[in-house]
Ligand binder design. Structure first.
Ligand code: NI
Length: 173
């Protein structure tokens, strides 16, 4: 299973709206396996397919002791509350910011076998799901920061670029 190249801020694929998966084919299974390998190699707790150059609606979410969960064509069908918390992104290494998200979400998706599933998530897992779903719509966490903070980050990225070897952080998505 190859580790895929993680696309970085500035790559146009990160701004595209990803396409729904029509059927769980062997190619989709291979993509899932490669994404999994990549997520753990990068020490991430979530990964969206566009981040590895695949413009399809697939995300991986680390579910702690239960292990990683693959979600195909995921959608948030219900949400409650708001909470702020720090986020980073494997595609924007070295940058972090406080993002407001829903505290609780209900998700519908297909699992890795193409079977429909629905579940509730809260706390960190809910945050990861919302961050990864944003990736499927071409949205990055910096888009959700206050304009002043976002502009400062963009200017710094333009001036210095992204670090080649950012220190791993417990919250990279
Ligand atoms: Ni991300």
């Amino acid at each position: 299973m190859p580790v895929l190249n993680v696309r970085r801020y500035g790559d146009p694929i990160l701004r595209q709206k990803a396409q729904p998966v029509e059927a769980v084919t062997p190619e989709i299974r291979q993509a899932l396996a490669d994404m999994l390998e990549t997520m753990y190699h990068q020490v991430g707790i979530g990964l969206a397919a566009p981040q590895v150059g695949i413009s399809l609606r697939i995300i991986l979410v680390d579910d702690g002791p239960r292990g990683p969960r693959a979600l195909i064509n995921p959608a948030i069908v219900e949400q409650r509350g708001t909470v702020r918390g720090e986020e980073g992104c494997l595609s924007i290494p070295g940058f972090f910011g406080e993002v407001e998200r829903s505290e609780w979400v209900r998700v519908e998706a297909l699992d890795a076998e193409g079977r429909p599933l629905t579940f509730e998530a809260k706390g960190l897992q809910a945050r990861v799901i919302q961050h990864e779903l944003d990736h499927l719509d071409g949205v990055l966490f910096i888009d959700r920061l206050p304009p002043v903070t976002r502009d400062r980050m963009k200017k710094k990225i333009q001036k210095d670029g992204l670090p080649e070897d950012a220190p791993h952080h417990a919250f990279a998505l």
